[in-house]
Design a protein around this ligand. Structure first.
Ligand code: BTN
Length: 228
C-alpha cells in the first residue's frame, strides 16, 4: 500500500495531512485517525468524531484536483452502499453529503492548497450516540444495518473506490449525476453571508458545480453552498 499514517488521535486528519504534505508526503498518502478532537465539516462546521467507532481519513493529492469532491462522494457512497441491507440505497446530496433516506452517514471535506489538495472523508461506522444539536438527522452503518462493522474493511473499500474514481475521471460526472438526489428537485441554496437562491436543480457542469434555474428562467452556477 502507499504511504499511510495511522494516528490514535489528532485534531483533524485534514490538519495532519496538510502538515505531512508540507513536509513532502507523496501523492496518494493517507492519514487515518481513531479520534479527532477538532473534526471539521464543510462551511466551517464541526464534525463529531468520537474515538474508536468511526472512520476519519484524509488523502493527499498532488495532481488532478478538479473532480476530487465528486470522486470522494462517489467512493464514499459506494462504500456506504456496500454495508447496507439490500433494500436500502445510499445517495449523494449535492455537493457531497452521503444520505440513507433522510439520515446523513458520511461527509467529505476537500481542501485545496498551492501544491496539493486533500480529500477528507468521515463515515459514521459504529457510532450509536449522536449530539442533540446536529443540523440534520444523522445515523451510522451500525444503526442502519443493525450490526457492527470492521473499520479496516470499510477503510479498504473506500480507498479502493477512491483509486477507481481517480483512475476514471471521464466517468465521474455521469456517475455522480446518477446518484445525486438533488437533481430535478426544487431547492434553495444557502451560503453564509449570501441571499438564499431558489430554483430547480437542472444539472451539473463539467466540474460538478450545480446548475440552478430560477423562476425567471435564469441559470446560476453554484460552486458551494447548502441545499435544502
Ligand atoms: C461535511 O459533511 O461537512 C464534511 C465532513 C468531513 C469529515 C471528515 S472526517 C476526516 C476529515 N477530517 C476532518 O476534520 N474532516 C474530514
Amino acid at each position: 500500500m502507499k504511504s499511510v499514517l495511522h494516528l490514535p488521535e489528532t485534531t483533524s486528519t485534514n490538519d495532519a495531512a496538510k502538515k505531512w504534505a508540507e513536509e513532502g508526503a507523496p501523492d496518494g498518502a493517507v492519514v487515518i485517525a481513531d479520534h479527532q478532537t477538532a473534526g471539521r465539516g464543510r462551511l466551517g462546521r464541526s464534525w463529531h468524531s468520537p474515538p474508536g467507532v468511526n472512520l476519519y481519513l484524509s488523502k493527499i493529492y498532488r495532481a488532478s484536483f478538479d473532480l476530487l469532491p465528486l470522486q470522494g462522494a462517489l467512493a464514499t457512497r459506494e462504500t456506504v452502499q456496500k454495508y447496507l441491507p439490500p433494500d436500502l440505497t445510499a445517495a449523494i446530496k449535492w455537493p457531497n453529503d452521503i444520505l440513507v433516506g433522510d439520515y446523513k452517514v458520511a461527509g467529505i471535506l476537500c481542501e485545496l492548497f498551492e501544491d496539493f489538495a486533500l480529500t477528507g472523508i468521515g463515515i459514521n461506522v459504529n457510532m450509536t450516540d449522536f449530539p442533540q444539536d446536529l443540523r440534520r438527522p444523522a445515523s451510522s452503518l451500525r444503526l442502519i444495518a443493525g450490526a457492527e462493522h470492521d473499520r479496516d474493511a470499510v477503510l479498504k473499500t473506500v480507498l479502493d473506490r477512491l483509486d477507481h474514481w481517480n483512475s476514471n475521471p471521464a466517468e465521474v460526472v455521469g456517475a455522480f449525476t446518477n446518484h445525486c438526489i438533488t437533481l430535478g428537485r426544487e431547492v434553495t441554496v444557502t451560503l453564509p453571508g449570501r441571499e438564499p437562491l431558489a430554483g430547480t436543480a437542472i444539472g451539473l457542469n463539467e466540474r460538478g458545480a450545480l446548475i440552478l434555474k430560477d423562476q425567471s428562467g435564469v441559470e446560476h452556477t453554484i460552486e458551494a453552498g447548502d441545499v435544502d
